[in-house]
Design a protein around this ligand. Structure first.
Ligand SMILES: Nc1nc2c(c(=O)[nH]1)N[C@H]1C(S)=C(S)[C@@H](COP(=O)(O)OP(=O)(O)OC[C@H]3O[C@@H](n4cnc5c(=O)[nH]c(N)nc54)[C@H](O)[C@@H]3O)O[C@H]1N2
Ligand SMILES: Nc1nc2c(c(=O)[nH]1)N[C@H]1C(S)=C(S)[C@@H](COP(=O)(O)OP(=O)(O)OC[C@H]3O[C@@H](n4cnc5c(=O)[nH]c(N)nc54)[C@H](O)[C@@H]3O)O[C@H]1N2
Ligand code: SF4
Ligand SMILES: [Mo]
Length: 889
């Protein structure tokens, strides 16, 4: 059994009285700090003339939280960004990444013109061409595929046009483009992001995430999310977490394998063995159920299981068993379970720590269950449904393609409704899918994927990828392998519709050009319009009608001009002026709450599932004996306590803790704990974890100078005892070796990490992405780029760009949610060998290909899966056909 460590707030006070005193002072005066900070929000003045600067609202995309911002523009240049005070979830604050976002626009290495490859792939030889020439070339390549599909009457040929994106915030533009072309071959990055969280939640209650009412809660259990510096909804959640802990005296208990900034802020921090959060959560449920601390009414009325069934299912998950697996002491698990169940309201939050493991979907489902059995769902201060808003797609909307795409929906992952994008290069290499045109948007797999060399190998091979088009404005590790680059503009120069459920106030927001796109660059959306107009110049293919927009602004108007409520408030012109809708009220300077004209708090709506069905909803409906309200064959609500209510977004309108879809494919319908291969590692091995840091976003901020100055190197965190056993001291050159190969980096020796874990942050160690990211800042700017920045050329004082861990991370996918097990790679850590140089990376393509075969063994038809799932009653001879999901997210 592994050692477990626990720190309490009292320990920190004891060990660092200065830090303790500072925290105390902050607690006393936090509302004053808020007030000072927000006093001047909403206006800005020129430092030279004193004139008021032009203020243009927009939605941030320096990371994907989509906070509301205001850009201040002087003489056509963005001089400052700040939070939009009208955005109810952002509340006037941006983080460091958001504040420095204008440097994306003025990045000296930004690609300012379309580029056509002239040398070998990746050689860096380019010819500058016009947008017109570039879109004509792409249209020709696409048309060739369409003509071939039509001539051979094979719609599956259309799937040779593949679109892969990382972050798609176009509000459906990419899907519209691909469906117009007749292709379903769309891949997002969600399986390297958090898809097993989504698949752990969606079948249970509908949406893919929770929205915690942090500010009003009394108890928070955090499982592997780093809310204060990363996590989904980081900025809005971090603000309200502080409101809850400081303002509302909520208790925060945090589980992470290392001392994240969130765990450091917690009242109690636990370091479970990686991949064991699920068993801790199941043990918490075990205690709550066995000690009768559960909400019997909620379980009876709103779930599809009985308390007795749960007690029976949870029998093996005693705190003692969980302690053995996780290292978290049984007495603490018992106490936390009791505290959570008896403190109202309470909520859990979880992000990638639990779900980015091979059995991540079960882990998420187990954590979700804690909230359900204690009846904290949709309560003020509890675990709430996310609140977003939609917008209509302009008519006519193209239908999906006719043939299913196997790379978009691998048949071995029938439950992975968010694609399994990691598998694409392996499937393509094995000839399971054919590609003619590979298009990418906001995507850098050669940097961001596990065993990233496999992507490099595929994208470098013209036989596998005959034509590769990137829409990136930056020369990333992937884009540098393209045949054609048609650069997009940055997020401050383009249009997108937005709605992020980043708080309890649902709202719409927009991105709009806060300045004219620099140097004649063109919005991606305009490129899509142009390409379609060229593919189907005379309209005879029947495609052009789906892109009947004269301008991008017309397209946006079509989204926003007819939304009830917004229409009355001015539709698109309201959005342009305010950036967000509805306006709920003002941010109160003392409390930071949203208040109305009279200073009263505008309370969010709670209890969404209890909304009553109207008489017209009920017309023709039947109430069944178990209370389910059915109409035209579908459950539309539940009859509970004499009321007809909408319930949850599931087939039964109840929370389906028992997931029939899981059972159908031989998985356990209720969450279970599965021991991971990394749990059985040898004593001298470690589990590699990677994590994000507050001032960087994935692969795309290393060239933002303010952020690079703050954080640019990523030594490997290793526990003091673990390091000592290997003769490693702080700053030593070390080798981190997995089955795939090794990297040479430096050690950061610390108490703040589980002794069986080594942790390396992401966002550093670039081999592309401009001169600053690679610390080649004194080199000449490439011909396609924007040009020099004397500050970068002369003032960069650091000489360490870090080392990127992804090449040695093994492909390993959750057979249910299809999510990459980022935190499952077993490694050895040793002092570097003679001749090793910092940054050396040595990996094997062959081993990575074997990892693909190995991970398929877990898939629902795989031998490991069958052997380990005897307890589920499935007829293996007669498995259902997998659903082939098309479309994309
Ligand atoms: N600053 C910043 N914020 C971001 C992003 C960014 O790039 N930068 N990206 C956004 C995106 S795309 C995402 S998906 C989210 C991710 O948000 P998070 O999930 O909060 O962030 P991660 O760093 O991926 O992982 C969270 C933590 O999991 C821990 N961990 C690893 N293994 C385990 C385990 O087995 N159990 C437990 N309990 N913990 C474990 C890690 O140490 C890490 O601190 O952040 C979003 N916000
Ligand atoms: N080791 C390890 N790796 C990880 C993770 C981890 O925890 N550990 N986390 C993963 C997570 S959560 C995620 S979400 C993924 C993200 O991985 P990716 O989706 O690949 O995302 P990014 O690195 O954010 O951006 C991709 C590319 O978008 C392009 N780009 C930047 N700005 C623009 C723009 O304005 N327009 C266009 N068209 N393109 C632009 C750039 O080329 C950039 O390299 O990374 C994952 N990678
Ligand atoms: S968290 Fe920061 S970078 Fe992300 S959207 Fe908000 S302000 Fe922008
Ligand atoms: Mo992500």
């Amino acid at each position: 059994m592994s050692d477990s460590i626990k720190y309490t707030r009292r320990d920190f006070m004891k060990f660092g009285s200065a830090a303790g005193a500072a925290a105390g002072a902050l607690g006393l005066s936090s509302s004053r700090l808020v007030a000072m900070e927000q006093e001047l929000g909403g206006k800005d003045y020129s430092a030279t003339t004193g004139a008021e600067r032009e203020a243009v609202p927009y939605t941030c995309l320096a990371c994907n939280i989509e906070d509301g911002g205001v850009a201040y523009v002087e003489n056509g240049r963005i001089v400052k960004l700040e939070g939009n005070m009208d955005h109810p979830n952002t509340r006037g604050k941006l983080c460091a990444k958001g504040n420095s976002g204008f440097l994306h626009v003025y990045d000296p290495d930004r690609i300012m013109t379309p580029l056509l490859r002239t040398g070998k792939r990746g050689e860096g030889k380019w010819k500058r061409i016009s947008y017109d020439e570039a879109t004509t070339l792409l249209a020709k390549k696409l048309r060739e595929v369409i003509d071939r599909a039509n001539a051979e009457q094979k719609p599956e040929i259309l799937n040779e046009m593949v679109f892969k994106w990382g972050r798609d915030r176009t509000g459906g533009a990419v899907g519209r483009f691909m469906h117009a072309l007749g292709s379903n071959a769309m891949l997002n990055h969600t399986n390297i992001c958090e898809s097993s969280k989504k698949v752990g939640l969606e079948p249970s209650w509908g949406p893919d995430i929770e929205s915690c009412d942090w500010a009003n809660t009394k108890y928070i259990l955090n499982f592997g999310s780093n809310v204060l510096e990363t996590a989904y909804f980081m900025n809005p959640n971090a603000q309200r977490l502080v409101d809850g802990v400081v303002g509302n005296k909520a208790k925060l208990v945090s589980f992470d394998v290392r001392m994240s900034n969130t765990s450091g802020f917690a009242d109690e921090a636990y370091f479970p063995y990686p991949g064991t959060d699920g068993v801790v959560a199941l043990a918490i449920c075990h205690v709550i159920m066995n000690e009768g601390l559960y909400d019997a009414d909620f379980i009876r009325d709103w779930t599809n299981v009985t308390a007795e069934q749960l007690i029976d299912h949870l029998k093996p998950y005693t705190p003692e068993y969980a302690a053995e697996e996780s290292g978290v002491p049984a007495k603490d698990i018992r106490r936390i379970a009791r505290e959570f169940a008896t403190t109202k309201p309470a909520t859990t939050f979880s992000y990638r720590g639990p779900c980015k493991h091979i059995w991540g979907s079960y882990q998420e489902a187990a954590i979700h269950m804690i909230n359900v059995i204690t009846g904290n769902v949709e309560k003020k201060g509890g675990y709430c449904l996310p609140r977003g808003m939609g917008w209509p797609q302009p008519e006519p909307v193209p239908p999906k393609g006719k043939a299913p795409s196997v790379i978009a929906a691998p048949p071995l992952y029938p439950l992975a409704s968010h694609h399994v994008s990691t598998h694409a290069p392996y499937m393509i290499k094995k000839g399971e899918a054919k590609v003619s045109v590979w298009m990418t948007y906001y995507d850098n797999p050669v940097y961001t994927y596990p065993s990233s060399h496999v992507w490099k190998d595929m994208l470098s091979d013209e036989k596998q990828i005959p034509f590769y088009v990137s829409f990136s404005p930056y020369m990333s590790e992937s884009t540098e392998l393209a045949d054609l680059i048609i650069p997009d503009v940055t997020y401050l120069e383009r249009h997108d519709p937005e709605s992020m459920p980043s708080g309890l106030y649902p709202c719409l927001s927009i991105r709009q050009p806060v300045i004219k796109p620099l140097g004649g660059t063109q919005e991606f959306r305009q490129t899509l319009i142009d390409v379609i107009h060229k593919v189907d110049a005379d309209g005879s293919l029947g495609i052009k009608k789906y892109f009947a927009f004269n301008t991008v602004e017309d397209w946006m108007k079509a989204h926003f001009d007819n939304i009830p409520g917004l229409k009355e408030d001015g539709g698109w012109s309201h959005m342009k002026k305010k950036g967000v809708w509805p306006i709920y009220g003002k941010v109160d300077k003392e409390t930071a709450k949203i208040v109305d004209k009279n200073g009263n708090e505008v309370e969010p709506d709670y209890g969404l599932y209890t909304k009553e069905l109207s008489a017209s909803d009920m017309f023709g409906a039947e109430i069944e004996s178990d209370g389910t309200i059915r109409k035209d064959g579908h459950a539309i609500g539940i009859h509970v306590n004499g009321k007809n209510m909408v319930g949850f977004g599931t087939p039964s309108r109840r929370i389906e803790l028992y997931k029939e879809s899981f059972r159908k494919y031989g998985f356990n319908p209720l969450p279970v704990y599965k021991r991971l291969p990394s749990r059985d590692k040898k004593a001298d091995e470690l589990v590699l974890t990677t994590y994000k840091v507050n001032v960087h976003t994935q692969s795309r901020t290393a060239s933002v100078k303010y952020l690079a100055e703050l954080y640019h190197k990523n030594p490997a965190w290793i526990n003091r005892k673990t390091a000592a056993a290997r003769g490693i001291t702080d700053g030593d050159l070390i080798r981190v070796t997995s089955a795939v190969g090794y990297i040479v980096t430096r050690a950061h020796v610390t108490e703040g990490i589980h002794p069986d874990v080594v942790a390396i942050s992401t966002a550093c160690g670039h081999s592309a992405y401009g001169r600053l990211a690679q610390l080649k800042q004194r080199e000449q700017a490439p011909g396609y780029a924007q040009g020099g920045d004397a500050d970068i050329a002369n003032n960069v004082w650091w000489n360490d760009k870090g080392v990127h861990p992804n090449p040695i991370i093994r492909l390993a996918v959750d057979p249910i949610g299809g999510s990459q097990g980022w935190f499952d790679t077993v490694v050895t850590v040793s002092k570097a060998e003679p001749g090793d140089k910092y940054g050396d990376t040595n990996v094997s393509l062959e081993v990575s290909m074997k990892d693909y075969e190995e991970t398929l063994r877990y898939a629902y038809t795989g031998d490991i899966h069958r052997a380990k799932h005897q307890e589920v009653d499935v007829d293996w001879s007669n498995l259902p056909e997998p659903a082939l999901h098309t479309g994309g997210h």
